[in-house]
Design a protein around this ligand. Structure first.
Ligand SMILES: *Cc1c(COP(=O)(O)O)cnc(C)c1O
Length: 400
């Protein structure tokens, strides 16, 4: 160890505090990795700066192009998803947008399922349309009609197993096969599966998009997205757009995800178990017309879930009996005490959100009031008691 006190700095304190000789020791080992923050990355020489290739993970160029902390999370998400390359983005929606921006140009068309995560459609409707990129909405449960919609202009299809809010589980291999036959790229929104319920790449996806906001973070306290691939050329296409558009993520948020990943499988399994218990119980209630949970027989696409998946996220929806007005279903949600009202899911707190089906779906068969539940990590008996008291207090008296 050098004793820096023998060599007092000759500079002004403002300079000495920046160019201080002490360096923390390398080789410090702990379970949690260090958090590296940077916009600027310092090079040893002008030659070293010129020699750096920002696309390679063998070194560092600039904060936007990656730090040891972001590279570590990229590698772990790629491992989780069974992919080879991952890009990080400031939200799941930004990850969806990156795929559209990178792969579509004027004159192209993208196919989006009718039950997709809503903002995916809004992006196509309001932004892509303005750039001359068309989109068509397909019925995820009708692969034959889907195949017939593919045209030479179709350059990308989105698949979401299961769909947001209405939870139908599509026949992913049939959709993949139709798109593959036309040479169309397949992007799969893997947020629900979280890399655990099924293998997106084994099912044939070219790109897996994952809102790390959900299970990988698990805290309900940060936003992040990932775009994972298994093909270097496709990864580079996405990476160039990622770089040009300037998407970056904060090191503290990356650290929070790195900290949460070791408990991912436990949290996912616990939420799955509790959600199935509550969904099965709700299916027995007279107020409920249908429970939409892919692991429940009778739920749309259950047979595909049973064939393709081993687990399910802690997420399901309930369609209420037609005798209830939207206002009564809203009052039921307001009467819940442990379940909080809020968007997003996969955090520790259970959530409930009421939807008017006609407002979120093009397909007219979807009518009436639905509540989407995200099951957190509370005791399942307490959650069931909360549902029961709100059902009895608000809807029970309307049953007569
Ligand atoms: C939440 C979610 C997203 C978007 O993630 P954000 O980080 O909230 O932007 C995308 N797809 C699905 C299926 C989601 O549930």
């Amino acid at each position: 160890m050098t004793d820096h006190r023998q060599d007092p700095p000759q500079q002004a304190i403002s300079t000495a505090l920046i160019h201080h000789p002490y360096e923390p020791p390398a080789g410090f080992a702990a379970p949690q990795p260090a958090v590296h923050k940077a916009s600027t990355v310092i090079f040893a020489s002008t030659a070293a700066a010129r020699a750096r290739n920002w696309k390679e993970k063998t070194g560092y160029t600039y904060g936007l192009h990656g730090t040891p902390t972001t590279f570590l999370l990229e590698e772990r998400i790629a491992t989780l998803e069974g992919g080879l390359q991952t890009l990080l983005l400031p939200s799941g929606l930004a990850a969806i947008a990156l795929v559209d921006l990178a792969l579509l140009k004027s004159g192209d068309e993208v196919l989006i399922p009718d039950n997709s995560y809503g903002p995916n459609r809004e992006l196509a409707r309001n932004q892509l349309a303005g750039w001359g990129i068309a989109h068509r909405i397909y019925d995820p449960m009708d692969p034959t009609a889907f195949a017939a919609m593919l045209s030479p202009a179709t350059k990308l299809v989105w698949i979401e197993p299961p769909g947001s809010v209405t939870m139908e589980f599509p026949d992913v291999p049939a959709l993949v096969q139709a798109a593959r036959a036309r040479g169309v790229r397949i992007a799969l929104d893997n947020t629900w599966g979280a890399g655990l319920a099924f293998d997106a790449f084994a099912l044939g996806a070219d790109i897996s998009v994952h809102a790390l906001t959900k299970y990988p973070s698990g805290g309900g306290d940060l936003l992040m997205g990932a775009v994972t691939t298994r093909d270097e050329a496709l990864h580079l296409e996405l990476k160039y757009t990622h770089m040009r558009v300037g998407y970056g993520v904060g090191a503290n948020d990356v650290e929070a995800v790195l900290r949460a990943l070791p408990s991912l499988t436990l949290r996912y399994a616990a939420a799955d178990r509790a959600a199935r218990t509550l969904a099965q119980w709700l299916a027995t209630r007279p107020e409920v017309a249908q429970v939409l949970h892919p692991a429940l027989p009778g739920s749309p696409g259950h047979e595909h879930w049973a064939r393709l998946c081993t687990q399910a996220a802690g997420l399901f929806s309930v369609v209420f009996d037609e005798r209830y007005a939207f206002e009564q279903v809203d009052a039921f949600v307001d009467a819940l005490r442990l379940f909080k009202i809020g968007y997003s899911w996969a955090g520790p707190v259970s959530l409930a959100v009421p939807y008017r089906l006609s407002a979120i779906r093009d397909e007219p068969a979807w009518r009436g009031a639905l509540v989407r539940f995200s099951i957190g990590l509370e005791d399942v008996g307490d959650l069931r008691a909360d549902l029961e008291q709100a059902l009895t207090a608000v809807l029970g008296r309307c049953l007569a």
